[in-house]
Design a protein around this ligand. Structure first.
Ligand SMILES: NC(=O)c1ccc[n+]([C@@H]2O[C@H](COP(=O)([O-])OP(=O)(O)OC[C@H]3O[C@@H](n4cnc5c(N)ncnc54)[C@H](O)[C@@H]3O)[C@@H](O)[C@H]2O)c1
Ligand SMILES: O=C(O)C(=O)C[C@@H](O)[C@H](O)[C@H](O)COP(=O)(O)O
Ligand SMILES: [Zn+2]
Length: 360
């Protein structure tokens, strides 16, 4: 059971390999790495489960690894600096390959390392969370966080390839799996509305992580992302749609402190808040679409409301620093009634505050 999704970008194309048992596919690894030097970056949760399989594929090459502590709070300048020190000390060459083995935290940090080490070397993304398979390993956004905001320091750097072995999801904790579903559901709101009934229909099979249904959901998500990224690799326009729910979501993550809510949890609540704002602005006729999304998020135990004690004024201050903003106002991605979403400027702050305060 295998699928390949191509990502045509910047005059070349890279493959997202999706399947079961890819970590043991000698031919695939040989074709992607040859005899290059390899530097693997992983975290202390993932490495115990999946690093030995990767090491076995790399037994014939000049190999080193770095294991970082797991968690969003470590997508940091400090970890970036430690990895750079290790790569310098190991005399890693620019024509070597970095491998990111882990979730989006490892992928974003390792991606930024690869984008900047000696002005850039190749990276292969080996995502081990659902979220990383359907979103962060694809599209070349790499970053670390700053206390002032999520992903504030980063670069675009596309991978040589993505190897998404569905078998790695067998060890993923339930809360992390659910967080990945938030980004899957996002594709159904921004463009692919026919995906929504499919997700509703396959809800229980997804919760059971049935391999065929997982494969279909991952491949369809990657196809959605690849289409947008290949048309707008550096977010000059359309790509901002992939940020649905993130204007609110990133503000929640920054305000609560990185790692308190998972990224996908903040995105789920952010998508519901985007619906509430769209309703207030007359972009959605009523709350029926939002209620449908809420039940889907509920089925995956994802949060759909802000914590009671969160400071709404501070949330708005964080949103004013959002990277999408082009003027002195907050740019939102809002769903519409035609089956997709729009990039919207000029929303009055009072309407945003009303949406944040709305409790039902
Ligand atoms: N670059 C992009 O386009 C993009 C897109 C979406 C999200 N992101 C970023 O991705 C990050 C979130 O990624 P995430 O949700 O994958 O979180 P994560 O990387 O923190 O991984 C989640 C947790 O699960 C553990 N884990 C990972 N794989 C496992 C496995 N197979 N078995 C057992 N444990 C496993 C990790 O150690 C970690 O504790 C955020 O920083 C977000 O900003 C980036
Ligand atoms: O790939 C994109 O573009 C996205 O916006 C995908 C998001 O899911 C992801 O969280 C991304 O890292 C957010 O980017 P940012 O530019 O808002 O930091
Ligand atoms: Zn995201």
């Amino acid at each position: 059971m295998r699928r390949i999704v191509e990502v045509p970008v910047d005059g070349r194309s890279y493959s997202i390999h999706i399947g079961t048992g890819l970590l043991q596919d000698t031919c695939l690894w040989q074709s992607l790495i040859g005899n290059a030097q390899v530097f693997v970056i992983s975290d202390d949760q993932v490495a115990g489960h999946w690093l030995p399989a990767v090491q076995q594929m790399l037994s014939a090459v000049d190999y080193e690894h770095y294991i970082m502590p797991a968690g969003e709070q470590h997508k940091s300048l400090e970890q970036f600096s430690r990895i750079m020190d290790r790569m310098m000390a190991g005399k890693r060459r620019r024509n070597g390959v970095v491998i990111a083995l882990g979730g989006g935290v490892v992928g974003d940090l390792a991606g930024f390392v690869a984008a900047t080490y000696q002005r850039g070397c190749a990276i292969i993304q080996v995502p081990t969370t659902l979220l990383a398979m359907v979103d962060s390993s694809v599209g070349g956004k790499t970053a670390i966080n700053h206390p002032a905001g999520k992903n504030m320091i980063g670069a675009f750097h596309h991978p040589r390839a993505v190897i998404a072995d569905l078998q790695t999801l067998t060890t993923l904790p339930a809360r992390e799996f659910a967080a990945g579903m938030a980004e899957v559901i996002k594709y159904a709101v921004i463009k692919d509305r026919e995906f929504l009934p499919w997700l509703e229909q396959h809800r229980e099979a997804l919760i059971r992580r049935e391999p065929q249904v997982l494969m279909d959901a991952v491949a369809r998500s990657c196809e959605n992302k690849a289409n947008i990224v290949s048309r707008d690799p550096t977010e000059q326009g359309e790509r901002a749609l992939l940020n649905l729910g993130h204007t609110f979501g990133h503000a929640i993550e920054t305000e609560l402190g990185y790692g308190s809510w998972l990224h996908g949890e903040a995105v789920a609540t952010g998508i519901i808040l985007a619906c509430k704002l769209a309703e207030r602005l007359g972009r959605l006729p009523d709350d029926s679409f939002r209620c449908r999304l809420q039940s889907l998020f509920n089925a995956f135990d994802l949060p759909v409301a802000l914590p009671d004690d969160i400071d709404l004024t501070r949330l708005i201050e964080h949103m004013k620093l959002d990277k999408k903003n082009q003027r002195d106002e907050i740019r939102f991605v809002l769903p519409n009634a035609n089956g997709d979403s729009d990039i919207v400027d000029g929303v009055p702050v009072a309407a945003v505050l009303d949406a944040l305060q709305q409790r039902d």
